[in-house]
Write a protein that binds this ligand. Structure first.
Ligand code: 3HC
Length: 735
């Protein structure tokens, strides 16, 4: 769709007078003696972002506020004026449509928390639309989200193209739909579906939206404007009523005075919603829609919304939205840098990592050649992938046909020469520098000159790997997190010699395969694992000092992590990480006693057949031995000490990553922790938490205390000292 009215930015409405009802753009130009603009008919504007035009008796309000038509002040003011003008005109029906990539994608998130006094609020716009004496039809393409869908719900009818999606994703921002969404949606879909939608924030495809009553008709792809105008004419011709969603009672009435639905839903999802404030408020708002008259429900929705919008949880979750996008911007790489097309991929290694990595590409429709050393490994790897897909299909995530389609994109091979033509190779074999060097030497000889050579190493020096090739400028780290088909993080590790085009390609590719890419530097463990290792060491040390390992798990679980470090080791398998020669960790000692974790007889915990865990006596014996060896008499360790030692040391390591330039910005570290390690989004991330909740002065003070009491592991980073001295935050630091 082309934008029709702002070339040159001159307000033509002021020059030529407003367009008249029933007047086409061509007639208006003719009346004013204007030439056709070279590429588009010029329309009078309501304001910089809103046009009003007419197709015969149908007024068309067009919004164009890139990138996503968010409801900024000019948008609500423009819509308000446009609707009033359309109502005052002779038009008989009004279509609301958006230009660009999407229908209104919601309130302007950037504007939350700032004081704005628009001449017309979203609520004013909604009132004008809903009370319009002429039918209003919302025409949806792209994504009608949050306040965008709520605007559409005040239209009398909604049409959409098949590719459109609608949703109320406010819950991800720690909010609820605060413009009537919690009151209107249940009146269309019934409260059960509404509960699911507002608490998941899920985007609903057009077909499902049609089936569940959210939209009234689908119009052919690419013909939204024509389709919506035709629909408006049909409404007029058939004398259809001005249907207000607020007046629908039949979907909610059966549930009135019956709290069971809501209580059951709360209980069933308690674990999923743990720590978050918004899901509970969303449920209460839908409950209000069922039990209260519409206007009272709106008052309750507002009350709940205000509680959320002023909460620290929502502030952190809104921050999380923007930092994911900020991470896509690399200061020394021009966004216009050309990227390389990735049409085929090779993965070396069909183990857990390699298989998971390959699935990401198959999911995105990109063919993958998986190379293994032995047929048995290849068969096993491909078998695991198939099983994963089939499980997803069983849960309804994909269709059986999609399972076959995706499997069809995967080709197994025992010969690295089959990678001669792929655009990207990702090596995912075990962590052994010698083996990796051998593979990269071979890849260098086999792959075409334009191929990108990636390694999924978690710890090894990628500069050293790159140096064995004649094309170090094409070697990059692509560090996926296990399970690689599920975890959203992709650390894009940037060795010294890699070309900018290749980094830019990796950033783009990450988005294409549904990952959150974060560019980091080469150091031991890169940013994520380097910081995690520090937490792990403290998790061990506090136990040696006297804490129970299950208390360490409990404290970190209560903080909001999905599980604590010991439960995590049991899940991943205690034998996955090997002790270095000459070293013996508690984990290694557990392995020696045959305790491999959940996949075996148990690990730090014993498990019953429902996976309920109890601390294992074997673990306690081993811990006692380690305490004795360290000459420690166990002392009581407070929850506060556990949390401080485990998390402040993480923050301190993050500061070191920043000062060394291993992370570009503090918020990138937060993206890594949310998407790779389950850091609770409602706390923002370790650096945000340090900046805004704990405060850097307190962290510095406590690190100094622990440095004195425990040792130099707690030596504060120079950057932390500097920021505290300057009364600044991590967020103020730019490398
Ligand atoms: N407010 C302000 N800026 C927004 C925005 C919003 N609601 N939604 C997207 N943007 C910005 C992004 O920050 C990004 O800016 P950048 O280019 O400067 O980084 C740009 O628009 C493009 O966004 P994406 O990179 O995310 O583009 P995609 O095409 O991948 O996705 C999208 C588009 C699906 C619309 C996605 O941006 C999205 O999910 N947006 C948020 C939608 C949302 O949460 N809406 C509800 C808002 S809260 C609300 O409405 C409250 C109401 O109930 C009162």
């Amino acid at each position: 769709m082309k934008h029709g009215g702002h070339a040159g930015g001159i307000d033509l409405a002021g020059v030529a007078g407003p367009i008249r009802p029933f007047e086409t753009a061509a007639a208006w130009r003719f009346r004013r003696g204007l030439e056709d603009n070279e590429d588009s008919p010029r329309m009078p504007k309501i304001n910089d972002v809103t046009d009003l035009s007419y197709e015969g008796e149908i007024a068309v309000v067009t919004l164009n506020s890139p990138p996503v038509n968010a409801l900024s002040v000019p948008v609500t003011e423009g819509l308000f004026d446009a609707f009033n003008a359309a109502i005052a005109s002779d038009a008989k029906a009004i279509v609301l449509i958006c230009e660009g990539r999407t229908f209104i994608a919601g309130a302007d998130i950037a504007g939350f928390g700032t004081i704005r006094t628009p001449r017309a609020t979203l609520q004013d716009v909604q009132k004008v639309m809903e009370n319009s004496p002429k039918p209003v039809i919302a025409a949806i393409h792209g994504t009608a989200l949050g306040g965008g869908l709520e605007t559409a719900l005040t239209a009398h009818y909604r049409v959409a193209v098949p590719s459109a999606k609608v949703g109320l994703p406010e819950v991800h921002l720690g909010l609820l739909p605060g413009a009537g969404g919690t009151q209107r949606l249940p009146r269309l879909t019934g409260p059960e579906k509404a509960l699911e939608l507002v608490t998941s924030g899920r985007h609903v495809g057009a077909k499902e939206a049609l089936e569940s009553g959210i939209v009234d008709e689908l119009v052919p792809e690419g013909q939204l404007r024509e389709g919506a105008v035709a629909f408006a004419r049909k409404v007029l011709a058939e004398g259809k009523p001005l249907r207000k969603v607020r007046d629908n009672d039949d979907k909610v009435a059966p549930f009135r005075g019956k709290p069971e639905l809501f209580d059951t839903f709360r209980k069933a999802n308690a674990r999923k919603f743990r720590g978050y404030k918004a899901p509970g408020h969303n449920i209460s708002a839908v409950e209000a829609a069922v039990n209260l008259p519409f206007d009272e429900g709106i008052v309750e929705e507002r009350r709940l919304f205000v509680e959320l919008v002023t909460s620290p949880e929502s502030a952190a979750q809104r921050y999380s939205f923007f930092i994911e996008r900020a991470a896509q911007k690399i200061p020394d790489i021009d966004p216009a840098t050309p990227t390389l097309p990735i049409k085929s991929v090779g993965v070396i290694g069909a183990g857990t990592m390699g298989g998971g990595i390959a699935m990401n590409f198959a999911n995105a429709g990109i063919p993958v050649t998986i190379v293994e050393m032995a047929q048995a490994n290849l068969d096993r790897g491909l078998g695991v992938i198939r099983k994963n897909y089939e499980n997803t299909a069983k849960r309804g995530g994909i269709t059986e046909a999609q399972v076959e389609e995706r499997m069809g994109l995967l080709t197994g091979s025992l010969d690295m020469n089959d990678l001669a033509d792929v655009d990207l190779v990702i090596e995912a074999v075990f962590e052994d520098m010698g083996v990796k060097k051998e593979i990269f030497t071979k890849l260098d000889a086999i792959c075409k000159p334009s191929a990108i050579l990636g390694t999924n190493t978690s710890y090894l020096d990628i500069n050293e790997i790159a140096a064995v090739t004649k094309r170090p400028e094409s070697v990059i780290g692509l560090h996926f997190f296990s399970p690689a088909n599920v975890m959203k993080l992709l650390e894009i590790v940037r060795p010294a010699k890699v070309k900018k085009e290749i980094v830019a390609t990796a950033v783009k590719l990450a988005k294409q395969i549904g990952k959150v890419g974060v560019v980091v530097g080469v150091c031991y463990g890169f940013v994520g694992n380097r910081m995690l290792t520090k937490r792990q060491l403290q998790a061990n040390d506090v136990v040696i000092d006297g804490a129970n390992f299950w208390d360490v798990d409990r404290v970190l679980y209560d903080f909001g992590f999905p599980m604590g470090p010991y439960a995590m080791m049991d899940l991943v398998g205690l034998d996955v990480i090997k002790d270095k020669p000459g070293e013996k960790s508690m984990r290694g000692a557990m392995v020696d006693k045959g305790r491999l974790g959940q996949k075996g007889v148990g690990g730090f915990y014993d498990y019953d057949d429902k996976r309920n865990s109890t601390p294992s006596p074997v673990a306690n014996e081993i811990i006692d031995e380690f305490r004795k060896k360290a000459g420690k008499t166990p002392r009581p360790v407070s929850d506060e000490e556990i949390l401080e030692r485990c998390m402040f040391i993480v923050v301190n390591e993050g500061a070191k990553c920043l000062e060394e330039g291993m992370a570009i910005r503090a918020s990138d570290i937060d993206v890594i922790w949310q998407n790779g390690y389950g850091f609770p989004p409602y706390r923002g991330g370790p650096m945000y938490w340090a900046d805004n909740v704990v405060g850097l002065p307190k962290i510095l003070e406590r690190l100094k205390v622990y440095q004195k009491e425990i040792g130099d592991a707690f030596k504060p980073a120079a950057l932390l000292e500097k920021l505290v001295a300057e009364n600044k935050k991590f967020a103020d630091f730019a490398a």
